[in-house]
Design a protein around this ligand. Sequence first.
Ligand code: MN
Ligand code: MN
Length: 457
Amino acid sequence: MADREELFYSSKNVYDVMDDAERARCYEYAEGYKRFLSNSRIEREAVREAVRLAEARGFKPFEEGAKYAPGDKIYFDNRGKSLFLAVIGERPAGEGINLAAAHIDSPRIDLKQIPLYEDSGVAMFKTHYYGGIKKFHWVTIPLELHGRVCRADGSFVDVCIGREPGEPRFCISDLLPHLAAEQMKKSLADGFTGEDLNIIIGTRPDPEKGEDRVKFAIMKLLNEKYGIVEEDFLSAELMAVPAFDVVDIGFDRSLIGGYGHDDRVCAYAELAAILELERPVKTAVCLLVDKEEVGSTGVTGMQSEAFDRFMDSLCGGTRLYDCYAKSFCLSADVCNAFDPNYASVSEKRNAAQLNHGLGIVKFTGSRGKAGASDASAEVVSRVRTMFAKAGVVWQLAELGKVDAGGGGTVAMFTAVRNIDTIDAGVPVISMHAPFEIIAKADAYMTYKGMRALYDCE
Ligand code: MN
Ligand code: MN
């Protein structure tokens, strides 16, 4: 007679499965991830960091028209904002490619194109937030400024200020409680407007008499440091991100707190896994894409034909359609971790739990799975087999209660190309907040899951 153990399902705690040696590997992996996250505050920096790591492991820039042989390691840098890496497999691409897709953009505060102004002796930047944020999170926290300013002559300068110890930081103000009687009556959604998220950048007036003396002094500083004039902001992409360090959380150091786990924790898992490959049976592809937080749009988003073009070049004459039909993709994006502080939005039986491993999400979407790429039973079965073989601890997860809300990932954009796809990622606490939390055990199991995918025959 079968016993309960055989008949019942429940997810497992990673700590009940890992032995001491694997726990040491898990915590060592976490240190590598913390460094990556710390150096990758925006997508451009994530691409740069990934290229640096890949080149150290023998990856070479992709060359259009080159013929690649099994074991060749290549990367394609798409405009410095998304990155595709591949290790060529023994079998031809027509027999299918194993893909993992994560995004490297995160919610943040972008500067407007004409951002700089002075009001009442304070110089400020106007902003337009990027991605799904709760606006009240972004006031009264220290901010760093990152990005690129392109000048009229086509030259550019990269900006990164506030990251290094001792560098100045920036801040969006909030009202003192003493005068907030009216504000406190508003809902969380209405209490802060997008146009109120203006960043304080300076107050010292230029000695020269005239209009906007603080703005003038700031522009002088920027001109000296970066060689730019105000008009150069028109062709700039500057973004304010939280100036929080990536740190261990908890007495036991089991968690990591930081900005941008969504989705750099999965991006790093894919990257770490593909960097280890020598000669996979099937070609392995790691996609680190931009613009997921705003719909995967644009030339560097998952919907861009840059992806098809790169894949086609791996096909060596085989029709791209045939390759897609036989390929398999893990859409590596974070999911929501059950939070005991906010239990009411989750349905406990189907929610991802911290430390229960890689979260597999069969469908996303909202209001009756609308917009979801709902993976088939066969696809779920395939990952069960794959993960069992590789000793990956994983759990089946759903974002929240039915009709409580919803969300999407890049899964629908690989699935629509006829690539079997399923969402697989790390459960996150406080997702999209300036300081998110993940468990080291889950990050490590996600890396193991990505490795299992790339090792698939
Ligand atoms: Mn995400
Ligand atoms: Mn997100």
